[in-house]
Design a protein around this ligand. Structure first.
Ligand SMILES: Nc1ncnc2c1ncn2[C@@H]1O[C@H](COP(=O)(O)OP(=O)(O)OP(=O)(O)O)[C@@H](O)[C@H]1O
Ligand SMILES: [Mg+2]
Length: 323
């Protein structure tokens, strides 16, 4: 409804990760480069972590778009970390176009290993990408460790990218998984945006959505309030901006006034914390995470946004059972 009023061609602040909206901050750029380099140079095992809503899935989608352009790359993309080991291997086999029906875990592993080695001999690249990897069980991480052993004298044959929230780092730090941790070749971490990046981020999204006046729609003071309340987290910035446009439209205002942001922050019960963005460390990490999650839950309820669940359900159409 506000789109026509603000001369926008599409919704600028959708929360689904859409690669065409990428705003390449230095961190996002570096992380994407690390993922791409890791795959192309056959580095083996690469890990990307970041707080909730900082753009991990978006970066993965950008990477997969890049990889799709190369005929020599084939990947399996798992975006549900809550699978059993058997479901996990079946899913990978299915995504790579290998027969999975009726096979047990060892048969699947053997088949996958044979496939990866055969592709390696032909100098082809095979990638396993796991999003939401912080949900992976120790059992699956152990299977992944076995897969990291597929190598020649000078390179890894299966490129493995694990992407997840900071709990993934904690898992990899655990004693039982120290062998896996030692195999990590590249590691990146996404941080919240600083104030300048938040300004650039909002303007870029508005510009991509067709706004004729991206910088005047959200004046500097308004951007500062958004940054403060969203703590630089892109998904929260989107939620606040989307609601801000609706509120400004209701007032028939030409731009979003700072008091609108204060009202939204109150409605969403966002406490104000100062964020030392240079380190990416929050003053009270737990509080911050709780606030981010509360906002997400509220947003989900308010907007009836079930897209992620639907996407997962669509990708795993059959419930598989452990054999
Ligand atoms: N650099 C960026 N440029 C453009 N949009 C971004 C950027 N970073 C994040 N976003 C947007 O923020 C929202 C959240 O991003 P995304 O879903 O990738 O986060 P995430 O880190 O995967 O979160 P989670 O931990 O919940 O899985 C999406 O709408 C995404 O498009
Ligand atoms: Mg994600």
């Amino acid at each position: 409804m506000y789109k026509t009023f603000y001369s926008l061609k599409r919704n600028p602040f959708e929360i689904t990760p859409d690669p065409s909206f990428l705003f390449a901050t230095r961190r996002h750029n570096e992380a994407l480069a690390a993922l791409y380099y890791g795959v192309r140079r056959h580095k083996g095992f690469v890990v990307l972590t970041g707080e909730v809503g900082t753009g991990k899935t978006l970066l993965l989608r950008c990477l997969l778009q890049l990889l799709k352009q190369s005929d020599d790359v084939k990947y399996a993309y798992v975006f549900n970390g809550r699978l059993s080991p058997l479901e996990f291997l079946q899913y990978i086999a299915g995504d790579l176009g290998l027969p999975a029906a009726g096979k047990n875990k060892s048969e699947l592993l053997l088949q996958l290993a044979g496939y990866v080695v055969a592709r390696g001999e032909k100098k082809l690249t095979t990638v396993l990408v796991v999003d939401e990897a912080h949900h992976l069980s120790t059992d699956i991480l152990e299977e992944i460790r076995l897969l990291t052993n597929l190598e020649t004298a000078d390179e890894k044959l299966l490129q493995i990218l694990l992407v997840g929230q900071p709990e993934l780092d904690e898992k990899l730090d655990s004693v039982e998984l120290r062998q896996l941790k030692q195999r990590i070749a590249l590691r990146s971490h996404l941080l919240a945006l600083d104030l300048n990046e938040t300004k650039g981020y909002i303007e870029r999204r508005l510009q991509l959505a067709g706004s004729p006046n991206p910088s005047s729609l959200f004046p500097q003071e308004t951007v500062a309030a958004i940054h403060r309340h969203a703590r630089g987290i892109p998904r929260l910035i989107n939620t606040i901006c989307e609601n801000a446009l609706i509120a400004a439209y209701a007032r028939q205002a030409a731009s979003v006034a700072p008091d609108i942001i204060e009202g939204i922050a109150k409605d969403f019960r966002l406490g104000v914390h100062t964020v030392p963005v240079e380190t990416g460390k929050m003053p009270d990490e737990l509080d911050y995470r709780k606030a981010a999650r509360t906002l997400l839950e509220l947003y989900t309820r308010l907007q009836g946004e079930q897209a992620r669940e639907e996407e997962l359900a669509a990708r795993v159409p059959v419930r598989l059972t452990e054999q």
